[in-house]
Write a protein that binds this ligand. Structure first.
Ligand code: GRF
Length: 197
């Protein structure tokens, strides 16, 4: 049975595009929804042009009531009946209540070699630490932020003269390789980590 994938975005959606483009041919999954908390998210138009159903659940009218926001988010997500949920640059922290609904079915991509640099500003933090390499991680989502079993990692070198922006661009190229590779393996029921360099 083909797996249905919901992709969560908050921005440009370049990871969403690489995931959606990968789900063709003999791939075991297909996108069923692109959902965002940001009404103007650039990725929305890209999803529409790819023929993927889209939805917006703006968090702002909920005025900090995370539970109410997540109830609405879950209602819209569940209506699309996804088997797998991919967070791809989704910039809201999700509570245990929401994450717990989808245990073992929700993935996230994070721009660092976890467990290093959970949270924000990962590229600047890797540079400040003088790291020789940096990268990205796809992991299963658990209630702890940027935690959960690692399903794949891709590495990049840190180069002389790097800025956070240069490093972020180098990591993003790897994100676009890693996330589709992990999703395919995960949709096939295989959780062996994908390791790219
Ligand atoms: C990516 O670097 C992702 O790892 C981070 O936010 C960025 C999203 O980019 N959490 P995009 O929306 O996929 O282009």
């Amino acid at each position: 049975m083909t797996k249905r994938v919901a992709i969560f975005i908050s921005g440009g959606g370049s990871n969403m595009v690489s995931l959606a483009e990968s789900m063709t041919g003999d791939h075991p999954a297909r996108p069923c929804l692109v959902i965002t908390n940001v009404p103007g998210a650039g990725g929305l138009e890209k999803a529409r042009s790819m023929g993927i159903p889209t939805a917006v659940v703006d968090h702002r009218p909920f005025k900090g009531d995370r539970v109410a926001f997540e109830e609405e988010l879950a209602r819209v997500v569940d209506a699309a009946e996804p088997d797998i949920l991919c967070l791809a640059g989704f910039m809201r922290v999700l509570t245990e209540g929401f994450v717990g609904r989808y245990t073992g079915r929700m993935l996230n991509i994070h721009p660092s070699l976890l467990p290093k640099y959970r949270g924000l500003h990962t590229h600047a933090r890797a540079l400040e630490a003088g790291d020789a390499e940096h990268g990205c991680t796809v992991h299963e989502v658990t209630p702890v932020l940027d935690d959960g079993p690692i399903l794949g990692q891709a590495r990049v070198p840190v180069l002389e003269g790097d800025t956070p922006e240069l490093l972020a661009a180098r990591v993003l190229v790897q994100e676009h390789r890693l996330y589709p590779a992990v999703l395919r393996r995960f949709a096939e029921g295989d959780r062996t980590p994908v390791l790219l360099s």
